[in-house]
Structures are given as structure tokens and as C-alpha cells.
Design a protein around this ligand. Sequence first.
Ligand code: NDP
Length: 288
Amino acid sequence: MTAELISGKEVAANLRDQIKKEVEEWKDVIVPGLAVILVGDNPASRSYVKGKEKASAEAGIYSELKELPDSISEADLLEMVEAYNDNPSIHGILVQLPLPDHISEKKVIESISPEKDVDGFHPINIGRMMTGQDAFLPCTPFGIIQMLKYKNIDVEGKHAVIVGRSNIVGKPAGQLLLNENATVTYCHSRTADLQQMTTQADILIAAIGRAEFIKAEHVKEGAVVIDVGMNRKENGKLCGDVDFEAVKEKASYITPVPGGVGPMTITMLLYNTLQSAKNHAEREQLKP
Ligand code: NDP
């Protein structure tokens, strides 16, 4: 069997078109606004932030970037977040992680108003997600769900195995699949027999951060394989956590890297920002 590709590029382009149309419909009532705070000059963070600015502009979403030096104090950063919390033309606030060691990420995340937490990292949004309430969903796992839906892959009753249990990818990915009525198993670095677990997966999500770690022998014939990993090989080429060439011969569906989950993450950020602006309009009883 050769797997069918799930192109994140295609799914993202489709969704971005819809978001752009909706932003256009709302533009006389409200223009969604996104504030991005970048601390320091980590090149990877800078490149993510640039991508977010560009995508926002293309969708008609207003975005503003606050670039702050590494030396900024935690108190000054918290004050800046507070000012955005109070700014009615900003509907989404994103503080690019990681932050320098002298600043508590936990404190900063918790200082963002849950109503503007378009990354979905605030404990209130995590709690809402866990209890099936309306919430801003974390962008990468939310993107994975959209990819499965786009391909009409039925998740209900399926066994989803997640390799990785980070707060931003693995854990919420499992929770969202559980919300879609999958049976979920989490694996991590202490899992006793990883292969025994992964070969039971109808849907296998790899969110590990290790180049081509998941091999054909980890995968059941016909499984749906979603590769979240973004790693650099020794030759500098980008690759996922899945050995794509070998696994594609066994899986029914597979996401490539690049062009898979990556483009979905920014797309769901745009989606959440638009949603937040619409929530604001509803609170103010504004209609397009
Ligand atoms: P983390 O480093 O936070 O988490 C990695 C997880 O993998 C941990 O839970 C860890 O287990 C587990 N793990 C590590 N080694 C093994 C092993 N040998 N066997 C089983 N499990 C293992 O990473 P993230 O979740 O933040 O990111 C994962 C990958 O996804 C990275 O490549 C990252 O670049 C990429 N990523 C891609 C995004 C996108 O938009 N496409 C967005 C975010 C991340 P333990 O908890 O026990 O340590």
C-alpha cells in the first residue's frame, strides 16, 4: 500500500481562503487584531513571528509586532501584556516562546486574558478544552483535527496513539482526539515498549522532536500517520519524526514534512484571532 498524502499546504490554503472571506465580511464592523510579542533575537522565533505577520496581512488581519530586548524585566513584559488585554482593537495576544530564563513563562501565559489567548495555552482555555466547553484550542493539535476532517477520516472508535506528551502538542492532541470519540493512548520517553503501543494505532501522531524516529516497524498496515516533528538532518534538510519513505508504504494516509502539519499551525492562529474578534463583536452586540 502507498499512503495518500494529507497536504497541510492544501488544507491550510483552503481554510485561509475562508478566513479571508470572513474577515472581509466583517471588516466594516470589526478588524481582527493580533499582537505578537517577541523577546530577544532567537532566529527560529523571529522566523515564526515573521510567518505569522505575513499570514495575518494576507488574511486581512491587523497585526502588530513588539520586539523587546532580552534584558526586559518580567514586570515590564507583564505590563505590556496587560496593556494589550485592555486594548479593544487587539483580539489576540501571542508571546513567542521560549522566553529568557529570568522570565517565568507560566506567569506570562497566565497574564494573557483567556478571551485573547489565541494560542490556547492559558490554563483556563486548557480546562475548557478538557471539559468540552468553547475554548481557544492550541493551534498545532487543532490543525491536526482539521486535516483529518478535510480527508473525512473518521476518528470515532479508532485507537489513536500519541507519541509525545508536551503541553503544546502531545497532550492537547490526545485530548482533542478523545473529544472526537477516539480511544487514546499516550506514549513518551518512559514508555516500556513503544513499538508494541504504536503498532496498535489506527491513528499515529508523532510529536517527539527526533529526526525520522518512527520507522515502518512502528506502524500498523493501513494506519493514518500524522508527523508533527520539525527537525534538521545533518545535511541541513528539514525532516519529520517519521521515516517518511519507509512508512508511506505501510500507512493509508501520511502527512509530509515540510508541507504537512506546519502550515496548519499558523492557519489555526488566524482562525482563533478571527473567532476572538467575532466573540468581541458579539459581546458588544455588533453584526456584519
Ligand atoms: P517536546 O520536546 O516538548 O516533547 C517531546 C516529547 O517526545 C516528550 O513528551 C518526550 O517524552 C517524547 N519523547 C522524546 N524521546 C522519546 C522517545 N525516545 N520515545 C518516546 N517518546 C519520546 O516537543 P514538542 O511537543 O514541543 O515538539 C515535538 C516536535 O514537534 C518537535 O520536532 C517540534 O519542532 C515539532 N513542532 C512542530 C510544530 C508545527 O507547527 N509543525 C509546532 C510545535 C512543535 P518525555 O515527556 O518523557 O520527555
